[in-house]
Design a protein around this ligand. Sequence first.
Ligand code: TZP
Ligand code: MG
Length: 211
Amino acid sequence: MDNPFPYRLYLVISEENCAGRPLVEVAESAVRGGVDVVQLREKNRSTKEFLQKANALKEVLDSHQVPLIINDNLEVAKQVGAYGMHVGNSDLPPSEIRKKWNTPHCLGYSIEYLEQLNSPEAEVSDYFGVSPVFATPTKTDTVTEWGLEGIAKIRSLTSKPLVAIGSMKKDNTFEVIKAGADCIAVVSAICQAQDPQRAAAELRNEIERAI
Ligand code: TZP
Ligand code: MG
């Protein structure tokens, strides 16, 4: 089967991280700069509000043929017709999602402990988030700071695509890819940037330089 996650630059977006700008505009600008997959991550919203944002985002992403991944809300993922879902260790388990969402979809699973890699949940997942690579103010309830050594360790244990997340920026992208990551995921480096398109293009450049 083809790799369900061939992507390199992953925007993880929520309205609250967009510095007061409309999320859809920030996302479209990022896509113009080289983002090739987008995750909508709205932790503190009702399903109704989440779905409204997801529909608006999907329309724009569709026009650029960029896939939409929904963070931890199966109802929203189903209703919007998302490409896939991403979940963490304490969210709805990937095996449950596979049962409840029967057409094949791309599933991402955040790895916070090495033990997770040997679990049935990892088995049914299509890619792994290495979470977080570096500590980040954007998400503080984290466990391990994997660092470059952690990426290399996980790389040695799986051939599935690895997404590096956590304080990823232009200055550390090259070494993170060299350590074994396939894809870089960012919130602030793009959502807080004055010019999201340019920020994305700079990240993309570093990725292309490293692969
Ligand atoms: N999962 C692990 S770290 C993180 C998530 C959602 C936040 C990453 O945000 P930033 O601003 O790119 O460090
Ligand atoms: Mg990041």
